[in-house]
Write a protein that binds this ligand. Structure first.
Ligand SMILES: Nc1nc2c(ncn2[C@@H]2O[C@H](COP(=O)(O)OP(=O)(O)OP(=O)(O)O)[C@@H](O)[C@H]2O)c(=O)[nH]1
Ligand SMILES: [Mg+2]
Length: 234
């Protein structure tokens, strides 16, 4: 998307939003990096979105920022660059600057295997070395919860996650689950959250709301809690 189009869309979106005591004062697109080494210098806490292509990373960023800044598409592989967004949130008179990082989805590449391997290695190095990352959001499609690739990514994140970082696993597109499948997933995650201190899991949808899912405003709260260190006592 061109910068102009992003600007136009941004102006169309509500100036701010108040829900659950969190107000979104502003959100903007910063830049796209073609390679991790071209990433802008970090200036604030960063929240990174990773997951398979088409799982809903860009859509979730837009829902959280309440602005259509990240381009989403039903065609997998839409996001091929690392896109940086900044946002300013207000909670209890405290202004909190946050950066959101939209990564290309794994499991998709219209490039040769060797380039793909190199790209994935660079991305993993980026995740490993960028100190400003405070939260990893690992998105998993609610309908396909046991894929090897997600298991590997989950294990990788657990390994690299430092004391001042957190991991949230978000099960996306929960609106596509039947009620009994949604209930059983929610039950499973409630149990898992009690025993897994490093990764907390939530079921979410950007298109529907139900008491069996974590709403977007509630997810904003969780993101702030982790980023500000409430969860890990930082
Ligand atoms: N039903 C439903 N569709 C969703 C939800 N979240 C995202 N989608 C749709 O899923 C498709 C992919 O969403 P994206 O946000 O582009 O996915 P992505 O993970 O950024 O994909 P890549 O950029 O290819 O890695 C789009 O058609 C979205 O509208 C959801 O909660 N429910
Ligand atoms: Mg995307």
């Amino acid at each position: 998307m061109t910068q102009n189009l992003r600007e136009a869309r941004r102006q169309d979106s509500p100036k701010h939003l108040t829900q659950n005591g969190i107000q979104i004062l502003e959100s903007t697109f910063i830049t796209s990096a073609t390679h991790p080494k071209n990433a802008p210098s970090p200036y604030t806490s960063e929240i990174v979105f990773l997951g398979r292509s088409n799982v809903g990373k860009s859509s979730l960023i837009n829902a959280l920022l309440n602005a259509p800044l990240a381009k989403s598409s039903s065609t997998p592989g839409k996001t091929q660059l690392i896109n940086f967004f900044s946002s300013l949130w207000l909670k209890e008179n405290q202004k909190i600057p946050l950066s959101f990082v939209d990564l290309p989805g794994f499991g998709y590449a219209k490039v040769s295997k060797s380039i793909k391997k190199e790209w994935e290695k660079n991305l993993l190095d980026f995740l490993l070395s960028r100190q400003s990352i405070k939260l990893f959001l690992h998105l998993v499609d609610s309908r396909h919860i046991d894929l090897d690739i997600d298991r590997s990514v989950g294990e990788f994140l657990q390994e690299i996650c430092k004391g001042d970082q957190g991991i949230l696993r978000i099960y996306t597109k929960a609106d596509k689950l039947k009620q009994n499948a949604l209930s059983s997933l929610q039950h499973k995650l409630n149990q898992k959250n009690l025993t897994d201190s490093k990764t907390q899991s939530y079921v979410c949808s950007i298109t529907a709301q139900s008491h069996k899912m974590t709403s977007i405003p509630a997810l904003r709260e969780r993101i702030l809690d982790f980023t500000l260190g409430v969860e890990n006592g930082v």
